[in-house]
Design a protein around this ligand. Structure first.
Ligand SMILES: Nc1ncnc2c1ncn2[C@@H]1O[C@H](COP(=O)(O)OP(=O)(O)OP(=O)(O)O)[C@@H](O)[C@H]1O
Length: 345
């Protein structure tokens, strides 16, 4: 994919916290690269280090890393809520670091949506008013904003609770209101920074399902932050793993689990069952004209995971036909191959 097709591109993005970070950054050259030692000597913190990535139109891009790895700083740099020390950030091809403050406000207000772990709903406003609030800021008339807000409240499963106040809602419901509010402006780029981390595990799982349902309907371009690898695997099209401010690997859940680039990544992927991330496309064999049509079981998608496919093979079916989105046969999946992956765990 060319960069022009990407919704958001980060090129050599750095964020260094501390005094005179800019001049420190400007003084580096190939003979004097920035290292942990030189940063420490200068009393600086390299929160984001030379990050290069692109977020494609319509994908769920998850940034995963442990506490302190730089996720929040990076995502705030993407919308310039934090000013990067150096680098380039392109949104629809426009270099945000050259945009005026007014232009940035306009971009954030009209094209970006944000959900944070602890975002504040306005306590004296109802659910509907909270969701409509960003539209009021945009200057939309009352009727249009209430109509749009009601649609969003419905979308996140809170229809009937439009008149409730935040204190009358559970944590999960409040988070749904926050999600509806961030979606009300119909953002082109949707940032979610640990949106479910404060919720207890059952509700969290429910919200992840809700997120997947919403995304299947809305097809937004998403940057989602989490410190939880299982959450990343469930929600991501692609994952960027961060460590000490740098991105160590970017890939689909399947790429990361099957081909971890470093021991650090392998550490996260070790406990993930391969069958959950491995897709039919990776395991299928070439189409075989000799195979009689009645030897084939049901069709499965290229994107189906082995764990999803396995139950289809329980009734004595030995071969499945793998098809693309248009229903065209692309390969064959053999029972023995599926079983082997399941056995490997
Ligand atoms: N305003 C700041 N001034 C100085 N250092 C900061 C500032 N904000 C963040 N840092 C440091 O930058 C590093 C990255 O922090 P950041 O919050 O981006 O990490 P994170 O991966 O989002 O962590 P968490 O999951 O705990 O939120 C940390 O070492 C943090 O202490």
């Amino acid at each position: 994919m060319s960069e022009s097709e990407a919704k958001l591109v980060c090129r050599s993005v750095w964020k260094i916290f501390g005094p005179h970070a800019e001049s420190f950054m400007a003084a580096r050259d190939t003979a004097h690269p920035i290292t942990e030692e030189t940063l420490q000597e200068a009393g600086l913190i390299g929160a984001v280090r030379d990050v290069n990535l692109e977020v494609r139109e319509g994908e769920s891009f998850v940034i995963m890393g442990l506490s302190g790895s730089g996720k929040s700083t990076l995502v705030r740099c993407m919308s310039r809520l934090i000013e990067p020390t150096s680098g380039e950030i392109l949104f629809n091809g426009e270099n945000l670091l050259e945009a005026s403050a007014e232009r940035m406000v306009q971009i954030r207000r009209h094209h970006m949506g944000m959900v944070f772990q602890h975002f504040a709903l306005l306590p004296h406003m109802t659910v509907l008013e909270n969701v409509a609030f960003p539209l009021e800021v945009q200057g939309l008339n009352r009727r249009s904003r209430e109509e749009r807000a009601a649609k969003m409240v419905d979308l996140v499963g809170l229809a009937g609770r439009e008149g409730f106040y935040p204190r009358e809602l559970s944590g999960g419901q409040q988070q749904r209101v926050g999600i509806a509010r961030s979606l009300a402006v119909e953002p082109e780029l949707w940032f979610l920074d640990e949106p479910f981390s404060a919720l207890d595990p059952l509700i969290r799982r429910e919200m992840q399902d809700e997120f997947l349902r919403l995304q299947s309907v809305l097809q937004k371009t998403i940057v989602f932050i989490t410190h939880d690898f299982d959450e990343a695997i469930r929600l991501a099209d692609r994952i960027a793993i961060m460590k000490d401010g740098a991105v160590v690997q970017i890939g689909s859940p399947e790429d990361l689990v099957l081909n971890p680039a470093t021991d650090y990544v392998a550490e996260f992927t070790r406990s993930v069952a391969k069958a959950k991330v491995m897709r039919a496309a990776s395991l299928m064999r070439p189409l075989n004209d000799q195979l009689p049509a009645d030897a084939l079981g049901p069709e499965v998608s290229l994107k189906a995971t082995i764990a999803e496919i396995a139950p289809l093979l329980e009734q004595g079916i030995s071969t499945l036909r793998v098809v693309d989105d248009a229903g065209q046969p692309q390969g064959l999946l053999l029972r023995d191959d599926v079983v082997a992956v399941m056995m490997r765990g």
